[in-house]
Write a protein that binds this ligand. Sequence first.
Ligand SMILES: NC(=O)c1ccc[n+]([C@@H]2O[C@H](COP(=O)([O-])OP(=O)(O)OC[C@H]3O[C@@H](n4cnc5c(N)ncnc54)[C@H](OP(=O)(O)O)[C@@H]3O)[C@@H](O)[C@H]2O)c1
Length: 248
Amino acid sequence: MKLSNNTVLITGGASGIGFALAKAFIESKNTVIICGRDRDKLHAAKEQLPQLTTFYCDITKTQDLSELQAQLSTRFPKLNMLINNAGMQQSIDFTGTGVDETRIDREIDTNLTAHIKLTNRLLPLLSSQDTSRIVFIGSALGRVTKHSTPIYSATKAAVHSFAESLRHQLANTSTKVTEVIPDLVATSMTQDRQNTKKMHPATLAKSVLRGIRKNNSKILVGRTRLLFGLHRLTPKVAERIINKPQRC
Ligand SMILES: NC(=O)c1ccc[n+]([C@@H]2O[C@H](COP(=O)([O-])OP(=O)(O)OC[C@H]3O[C@@H](n4cnc5c(N)ncnc54)[C@H](OP(=O)(O)O)[C@@H]3O)[C@@H](O)[C@H]2O)c1
């Protein structure tokens, strides 16, 4: 896929991996739209990258999704890439006195349901273009479970499954599906993980753009290829690696 002159929506694009992707796509001469829930962060992102279009949108809210969809259809009819990036990760312990269900709902809504809904809403616009792509930012923890973040791992496993089904359903269309499996990346999500090697978000973004240029349906970045190989051979060793030092 060509890497310039695309119109790209990145959810959660005001910080972390999303912002690094926004910067990389702008540098490659694309039109980039980001959305997020934090107006200050959106404002700061726009100050750093004035070419950005920013939308306030909590992707878990139906009303916000409807407004985003309407704005995109009228202002960005050439939208041809959706990057489902927004996400959250919580440590949740089911051995205690019971987990607050709002925490469970919030994580599933943010990491899974919202991506499926937004994809569903934007597919007609995306598939009306000559070429288009839907990118999911997955996680190695969807394959090799991290025990302290059970909902996160479950949602990322489900994102992988959804991306696979969607890729097959869209196989004979102009819309392609890519799943990205990042290495551990230095963002606010991983700030509490000490003594662990983390990748710079810009390095990840470079790998993602390279993979998209090559039309890769899966982009495994950094050590994740090795981890998946190990998991195929000796799943217990891979699980031990993930669950000893803190990894994302
Ligand atoms: N960092 C890693 O090592 C790593 C590894 C594998 C996968 N990932 C995945 O990469 C993606 C980005 O994570 P990150 O590391 O960049 O984390 P991050 O810095 O915490 O960024 C997450 C972004 O998601 C946005 N967001 C969260 N809930 C949202 C909602 N309801 N509506 C709209 N935006 C929302 C946040 O924006 P607001 O706060 O403004 O809402 C924020 O910009 C996530 O899907 C994560 O699971 C990260």
